[in-house]
Design a protein around this ligand. Structure first.
Ligand SMILES: NC(=O)c1ccc[n+]([C@@H]2O[C@H](COP(=O)([O-])OP(=O)(O)OC[C@H]3O[C@@H](n4cnc5c(N)ncnc54)[C@H](O)[C@@H]3O)[C@@H](O)[C@H]2O)c1
Ligand SMILES: [Zn+2]
Length: 350
């Protein structure tokens, strides 16, 4: 599992061609959605990549489906892809998830590399080898653990991201800092999200990538220490899933994770004696940047019901990752219904 590389638009094409040569791949397939085709693929010197076959699918998590997957497989078959062909996934987490799954299962596995175009995909989804599609309304229900042959990050792509998608990715970056390093957390809290300075962000991205890569390398199949990366996600996933039922379009993943982080830091203070200052700092940061907490106490029961069905649970008990301090992670902590309601009340009442 190689560490992700960071490049710019000019170097990216060279990096893709080098991977093709290193893997001795016979053909190149480029997967995009309609946005990453227009905003990302189009700013690359594509003639240098020729000959290649472009596969485009509809954007958004609602299209991370069996239908899109079969469209990719069909195109690979029609164009004569082999096990030795290379798929390049140019897009956000939706594209790396479904493109990775398509490649991992095509003829029992062809080469693939991820070229993330969202901040969330760069620091999180493109790294770690989890591939998937949604199925029967369940998120990431069908998938594999399949490591990409490479991850190549071009920070130039982030210039076209809207504010919400920038903030969504930033929430995962804050999580990485919380589970790893006080100094990184300080830097993350100090970064000005309004100006979104790219050179400072690039430094933070590099540190974030190494955090994610380190946890994945130690526990590639998510059996133990990698669960640190679930911080904020037990409650966050339930808020996200619930929001998709009751609100227009639902919350972006990172917004739900941000509220999940505050809730789970509250529980960390209660159960693991985390310093309250960390919790208060995160609460202020979330309110200033992610807006008001969008749920009422009437919605807790339903949110809790979703948590009970989470695939991270163990024998019917809700399993959560908590912190005893920044970088001091406690996995497999049981939390109760009362704990969950109390944590949500804390956010709502503050
Ligand atoms: N495999 C993992 O470990 C993992 C981890 C986290 C999330 N995920 C998955 O990742 C997905 C979320 O990732 P995401 O937030 O990147 O979503 P996404 O891929 O759906 O991208 C969000 C939107 O931004 C657009 N976009 C992409 N790049 C752009 C750019 N440079 N400029 C402007 N617009 C751009 C996309 O077309 C899409 O409309 C979900 O499907 C989630 O389940 C996977
Ligand atoms: Zn996440």
């Amino acid at each position: 599992m190689n560490a992700p590389k960071i490049t710019d638009s000019a170097q990216l094409v060279t990096a893709i061609l080098e991977e093709k040569e290193r893997l001795n791949a016979d053909r190149l397939f480029i997967l995009t959605d309609e946005h990453t085709d227009k905003l990302c693929l189009s700013i690359l010197d594509c003639p240098r990549l020729e000959p290649y076959c472009h596969i485009e699918i509809h954007s958004g998590d609602q299209n991370k489906t069996l239908h899109s997957l079969t469209a990719i497989w069909d195109m690979l078959i029609d164009e004569g892809a082999t096990r030795n062909s290379l798929m390049v996934n140019i897009g956000g987490g939706m594209i790396s998830d479904i493109g990775g799954f398509a490649a991992a299962t095509f003829k029992r596995g062809m080469h693939f590399i991820n070229v993330p175009t969202t901040l969330l995909a760069a620091v999180d989804a493109s790294i770690g080898g989890k591939t998937s599609i949604n199925y029967q309304g369940l998120k990431n229900e069908i998938g594999t653990f399949s490591q990409p042959d490479a991850v190549i990050i071009n920070t130039d792509f982030f210039a076209s991201l809207d504010r919400k998608n920038r903030l969504s990715g930033y929430a995962e970056m804050v999580k990485h800092a919380l589970i790893s390093d006080k100094e990184l957390f300080r830097q993350m809290m100090a970064y000005d999200l309004e100006t979104f300075d790219m050179s400072q962000l690039r430094v933070l991205i590099e540190k974030n990538i190494s955090v994610k890569h380190r946890f994945v390398r130690l526990d590639p199949y998510d059996l133990g220490s990698r669960k640190a990366l679930n911080l904020g996600h037990t409650i966050g996933h339930a808020l996200e899933a619930y929001s998709h039922r009751s609100q227009d379009g639902g919350l972006l993943h990172g917004y739900a994770v941000m509220w999940g982080l505050v809730a789970e830091l509250y529980l960390s203070c209660k159960k693991q004696h985390l310093d309250k200052e960390v919790l208060l700092q995160m609460l202020t940061f979330a309110k200033e940047n992610y807006g008001a907490f969008p749920f009422t106490c009437k919605e807790y029961e339903e949110i809790y019901r979703i948590m009970v069905h989470d695939k991270k649970n163990d024998a019917g008990r809700i399993c959560c990752t908590l912190l005893a301090g920044i970088g001091d992670v406690r996995i497999n902590q049981n939390i109760t219904k009362e704990d969950t309601f109390e944590a949500l009340d804390f956010i709502r009442e503050n």
